[in-house]
Design a protein around this ligand. Structure first.
Ligand code: ATP
Ligand code: MG
Length: 252
């Protein structure tokens, strides 16, 4: 119980959009041990989504300097697919809509890319059904086309189902503009808890504006990201303080 194993570490990361010279991440460092949940909060435009995208090697961003380690390997140069295959999951890593591809077909492809195993449609369907039940989703959902006409809450549930089935070792979830109602938020939190129960070593980096989600999930660490850097880290008390006084005192 008392030994901690480093899962993921970001050292002094500087990154900018491919098009443009302004750095958005300006010396960001973060360390996640196995089983830990880290929440990242920060004002609009502080670089949270850029961080998530950069961590999955989005071609939109260029790393200027700094390094990223995952399970002891320097993965700074690894492309997106290698990171996904190694077990890093990014909540929105998949295209918004894929014409003509159903939820279940998509899961099958993603699982094959992630684990190199081809589950039969039947096996996958059973596994998906069981997760959908746990996530309060309707069973007809798997046969719908991916994200086509999905409500915000349905997209989020689908994201959590992908996470459950792909069995990542590190999940990076950007909840920023998801517009969840209170029930959906609870279901997302419940879903994350369910997945953690089965995968207690999974690390989570949860980007959120929702105090409520943090109340539900009780992260081990809360970090405040301002202007591309983490300016403060601590426990839940930081989120509570933010709720009262906002980001003003952290700004330069
Ligand atoms: N591809 C890009 N090209 C130009 N500017 C960008 C690009 N991506 C991000 N930015 C800028 O970088 C800053 C940080 O954006 P980012 O999306 O990371 O913020 P955020 O912290 O996720 O904000 P929010 O809370 O609103 O989701 C913003 O000023 C944004 O306009
Ligand atoms: Mg964002």
């Amino acid at each position: 119980m008392n030994s901690v194993t480093e899962l993921f570490r970001v050292d002094e990361l500087h990154a900018k959009p491919i098009e443009g010279d302004t750095e958005i991440l300006r010396g960001l460092s973060l360390m996640v041990n196995e089983g830990e949940v880290h929440a990242i909060m920060g004002p609009n435009g502080s670089g949270k989504s850029t961080l998530a995208n950069t961590l999955l090697a989005s071609p939109e961003y260029q790393v200027v300097s700094g390094r990223v380690f995952y399970k002891g390997d320097d993965i700074s140069q690894w492309p997106t697919d290698a990171r996904a295959k190694a077990g890093i999951f990014l909540g929105f890593q998949y295209p918004q809509e894929i014409a003509g591809v159903s939820v279940i077909q998509f899961l099958r492809q993603a699982l094959s890319a992630r684990k190199g195993i081809d589950l039969s449609v039947l096996e996958l369907r059973l596994s998906a059904m069981s997760w959908m039940k746990r996530l309060g989703m309707d069973s007809t959902f798997v046969d719908r086309y991916l994200n086509e006409g999905f409500s915000g809450g349905e997209k989020k549930r689908n994201e959590i189902m992908q996470m459950a089935i792909l069995e990542p070792e590190l999940a990076i979830l950007d909840e920023t503009d998801s517009g969840l109602d209170i029930d959906a938020l609870r279901i997302v939190a419940q879903g994350i808890r369910e997945v953690r129960k089965e995968r207690p070593k999974m690390g989570i980096v949860l980007i959120t504006h929702y105090q409520r989600l943090l109340d539900e999930l009780q992260p081990d660490f809360v970090h405040i990201l301002i202007d591309g850097r983490i300016v403060k880290s601590g426990g839940m008390e930081i989120a509570e303080e933010l709720e009262k006084s906002g980001y003003e005192s952290y700004k330069e």
